[in-house]
Design a binder for this molecule. Structure first.
Ligand SMILES: NC(=O)c1ccc[n+]([C@@H]2O[C@H](COP(=O)([O-])OP(=O)(O)OC[C@H]3O[C@@H](n4cnc5c(N)ncnc54)[C@H](O)[C@@H]3O)[C@@H](O)[C@H]2O)c1
Ligand SMILES: O=C(O)C(=O)C[C@]1(C(=O)O)C=C[C@@H](O)C=C1
Length: 290
């Protein structure tokens, strides 16, 4: 695909909107249609030139599209695929930006079984705690990774076209299986978000929650930023990647039990060793990911 004539965003928020802005800046798309369920958000997307046309009707919008990006919470994607299945042009490429891949891949197989050669499930590993079209930003994907989990049936040229578009957004593209993807991102994205929600609720449950929040500073800010993320999006991720998330949450609970035991016992040497192991690993990670 040298460029996209008509891109349809099914879900016009942070990820879909930032993808459209990146392609617009690279002059790789002629016309962007944003589909949404919220009129105010679509108006905002038009005002900000994230999209050129707004629609509430996914099936009507995809007519004549050469690229469709599903950018809703993953729990909404099946119904949208079902709506567009009868009207998709044979050569239209369908991709997504969902945070989980086994469930979304299964939905592609269920709803678009005859279109799999043109389906390329994907996940940009970039985002923020903000949502909606107003949060869309230029450069969100620059220097970031994108994971694609193509089907055995995915045509090489459809895969290459999606790869090239993400590369034009400044991203580095990797491919892996949906299972590998969901295992990795349970550990380094899904569980950290659930821990942030849990910690935030633990603070709120304290009788002195208000003064705690009043005096909270940068440590609190850095640890809890992602607790401000979109509840529906994270509900859907927790449902979709249940097994891997539960396994990693339980592993975290056992680490927490270990910290409790160290503190209860006043085991200063044990604490220092334990903290040093984590600290060394985090410092090294920071140096590799400057
Ligand atoms: N936020 C992140 O950091 C991030 C990063 C990578 C991937 N993702 C994934 O990308 C997807 C989109 O996330 P986002 O952050 O852009 O969310 P967002 O809330 O900013 O945007 C989603 C948009 O989809 C719309 N929508 C919801 N259901 C719809 C439906 N049935 N029909 C049409 N529109 C509908 C919402 O109104 C909203 O405007 C999610 O699957 C998420 O898991 C998010
Ligand atoms: O920066 C953030 O706020 C994010 O949470 C982005 C983040 C993550 O790194 O976990 C969140 C979900 C995604 O699917 C990909 C990226």
């Amino acid at each position: 695909m040298s460029g996209v004539r008509k891109l349809v965003l099914l879900g016009t928020g942070l990820i879909g909107g930032s993808f459209a802005l990146a392609l617009k800046r690279a002059r790789l798309v002629q016309h962007v249609v944003g589909v949404g369920r919220n009129a105010t958000n679509l108006e905002r997307a038009l005002d900000l030139n994230v999209i050129d046309e707004a629609s509430h009707d996914a099936a009507a919008a995809v007519a004549g599209a050469d690229l469709v990006l599903l950018g809703t919470p993953v729990g909404q994607m099946g119904a949208l695929m079902q709506q567009i299945a009868p009207v998709l042009a044979a050569d239209c490429i369908v991709t997504d930006g969902g945070s989980t891949k086994q469930d979304v891949s299964a939905l592609f197989r269920q709803h678009l079984p005859r279109h799999l050669s043109h389906c390329v499930p994907g996940h940009p590993i970039a985002g923020s705690d903000l949502s909606g079209a107003a949060a869309a930003q230029y450069g969100l994907f620059e220097g970031r990774r994108v994971v694609l989990t193509p089907f055995a049936e995915t045509a090489q040229n459809a895969l290459e076209q999606v790869q090239t578009l993400w590369q034009q957004c400044g991203a580095r593209v990797y491919t892996m299986t949906p299972e590998q993807h969901d295992g990795i991102f349970a550990a380094v994205s899904h569980v950290p978000h659930l821990l942030a929600f849990a910690y935030m609720n633990a603070v709120l449950a304290k009788v002195d929650a208000q003064p705690c929040l009043d005096f909270a500073a940068t440590g609190f800010r850095d640890f809890t930023r992602i607790a401000g993320s979109h509840p529906e999006m994270w509900r859907d991720i927790a449902v979709a990647n249940r097994e891997a998330i539960l396994a990693d949450l339980k592993a975290c609970a056992s680490q927490l039990q270990h910290v409790i035991a160290l503190v209860e016992a006043g085991n200063t040497e044990g604490m220092e060793d334990y903290f040093a192991t984590a600290s060394r690993a985090r410092v090294a990670w920071g140096q590799r990911h400057k």
